[in-house]
Design a protein. Structure first.
Length: 577
């Protein structure tokens, strides 16, 4: 892809930002919808959250008369097996309110009961905390075989060490990653991801901030052009406020981290509003890079230089701006191979009146935006947040699922075309580089309207198809059970590192089956400030055999035999062939 020169783009950006409202949007009309393919769809999504025991609302800001941008964001969901019983559990990040915070305003941990239900074990696990929670990253930072959580806040962050007895201990202050500073107001931390950037077998930590947010300096809604949307007063920002910054912490191996933000080059870019952070080997060189979706400013791509430093190359890689050279409101990120070639593609979600950004990779770290060509420009009505690539029908062609919901709960009366609550979006993969949107034919969950943010994917009932958990503002989360009636085969792959970090964060699993090559990274964070299951799900279609290659975080490749399909495999580093 030919990159636009920096000396042309940056002045254009400055002019655009000066003239724009608080959040970037292009006022793009939806593309014409092609005729439906007519293919049957065997997957049905049903929201079973209430009967499954997910009944507590996710408190986040006032229900109406919202005054501050801080009340509108968050969205963290983590699906991970915290107790090592082989069944995936659910962690939900919560916020609070500026006045009269209700007692249910706390993060939640739900333990999987193995029967389609979950038990709220928040207090038993010592995870109750009220505050402005933002996102969550999953990893085993001390390589003890138990998954830990890092939770970001507008305020001090938490590093929850898994004690192995069903409880967690916040060790962020001791570890040096709480984010507490000498400022007299809290930083707004956002995206975070564990990443072994130096390949020493220990997980390091990347943390971004969204904006430099001091309530004493934030104007009231409607005070200036950055405090209104389509003529309606709204909370101010992010434009008009100071951009955030990025941090990198190196794992010393003794339970503490060293701040290497400056000497690694991570701290240098200071002009973007960072949201979701994703670490993966995007250029296939055996080293982990970091992509940061940024709101209303250029998104950032930190290329790993193999020497402990990074170079920001978002413009050069084709990921910073849209094809017209303009910034977009980057929210969430999904990464996997969607074209059957084993090369990572990226989807980035944006604000209303804009398309999502769908980028096809070339295997060398360059990306070409193909949103319209792929058929994804047919939907521009909603604010899009979390995104994932679940193969819902197990046909070997990963699909696209997106959570939506307006930022502003108070604008719908004046702008009825932009509802506060909106439906999730599902695009089925047609296998020819194109996608088609499915609505209620994919199940009743697609007819439900919420103001959603993050989502995460896992096979929660171990039945061989992926399910979805969605974060809903001031409502209980949605648990979308996938009821699949199909003879298609599947595999689920869990990795265990030995020389690499124990959770194999940063590994790439490449699977060949049925003439297609699929690839998925093991991610600590993706979607919108969320973490999907570290156990990777692959649909195989009619293929009854498969071959697997793992690129471990050390950079080494290893092939593994596949004894059969329709099963969960645990692959241990050094045990393959």
């Amino acid at each position: 892809m030919t990159s636009l020169p920096r000396n042309w783009i940056l002045p254009a950006l400055a002019c655009a930002v000066a003239a724009a409202q608080g959040i970037a949007t292009r006022n793009v009309k939806p593309a014409a919808r092609p005729a439906a393919s007519g293919r049957p769809w065997p997957s049905r999504l049903t929201d079973i959250a209430r009967q499954a025991g997910l009944t507590q609302p996710t408190v986040y800001g006032a229900e109406s008369n919202v005054q501050y941008l801080a009340e509108t964001s968050s969205g963290g969901v983590a699906l991970f097996d915290y107790d090592g019983d082989g069944w995936t559990d659910i962690f939900i990040v919560s916020g609070t309110r500026f006045k009269d915070a209700p007692p249910e305003a706390t993060n939640r941990l739900y333990r999987n009961n193995h029967d389609g239900t979950f038990t709220d074990v928040t207090d038993r696990a010592h995870l109750r905390r009220t505050g402005w929670g933002q996102g969550v990253a999953v990893g085993d930072y001390d390589n003890d075989g138990r998954l830990d959580l890092y939770v970001t806040y507008w305020g001090e962050n938490a590093l929850y060490h898994n004690n192995g007895d069903g409880t967690f201990t916040d060790v962020a202050a001791h570890a040096g990653v709480s984010g507490k500073s000498a400022r007299d107001y809290p930083e707004w931390f956002s995206g975070a991801t564990f990443v072994d950037y130096d390949r020493d077998g220990r997980l390091d930590l990347f943390v971004a901030t969204y904006i430099d947010y001091d309530l004493r300096r934030v104007p009231i809604p409607g005070a200036n052009p950055n405090c209104n949307w389509k003529g309606v007063p709204t909370p101010c920002g992010p434009r008009g406020l100071r951009p955030g910054r990025q941090y990198l912490f190196h794992n010393r191996g003794d339970g503490t981290f060293e701040d290497v933000s400056a000497k690694s080059g991570i701290f240098a870019p200071r002009s973007s509003f960072g949201f979701t952070a994703v670490a993966a080997d995007f250029d296939n060189d055996g080293w982990q890079d970091i992509f940061l979706a940024c709101d209303s400013t250029p998104s950032l791509f930190f290329h790993n230089n193999h020497d402990g430093t990074f170079t920001e190359e978002g413009l050069e890689r084709g990921l910073a701006l849209n094809p017209d050279g303009m910034e977009q409101a980057g929210m969430g990120v999904a990464v996997a191979s969607l074209h059957g070639d084993g090369i990572f593609d990226i989807l980035k979600t944006h604000f209303a009146d804009d398309t999502v950004g769908f980028y096809r990779g070339d295997g060398k770290g360059q990306f070409n935006e193909i949103t319209l060509k792929a058929g994804l420009g047919v939907e521009t009505r909603y604010v899009s947040w979390g995104a994932a690539f679940p193969d819902l029908d197990n046909d070997g062609l990963p699909d696209i699922f997106i959570a939506t919901g307006n930022v502003y709960p108070d604008t719908e009366r004046a702008l009825p075309a932009y509802p506060y609550r909106s439906p999730a979006l599902l695009f089925r993969n047609l296998g020819s580089g194109r996608f088609e949107e499915l609505g209620e034919q994919a199940g009743p969950a697609l007819a439900a309207h919420h103001s959603s943010r993050g989502l995460a994917v896992a096979d929660l009932d171990n039945d061989g198809d992926p399910d979805i958990v969605v974060w809903n503002r001031n409502e209980p989360p949605s648990l979308l059970r996938n009821d699949l009636k199909s003879p298609h085969h599947w595999l689920e792959v869990r990795l265990e590192g030995t020389r690499s970090n124990r959770a194999a964060i940063g590994a790439t699993v490449t699977l060949q089956a049925g003439g297609r090559t699929q690839a998925q990274p093991v991610l600590s964070q993706s979607s919108f400030l969320s973490a999907g299951d570290l156990r990777l799900h692959f649909g195989l279609g009619d293929a009854a055999a498969a071959a697997i290659t793992v690129r471990w975080p050390t950079g080494e490749r290893e092939r593994f035999p596949v004894p059969g399909v329709d099963r969960i495999l645990t692959l241990k580093e050094g045990a393959g062939r």
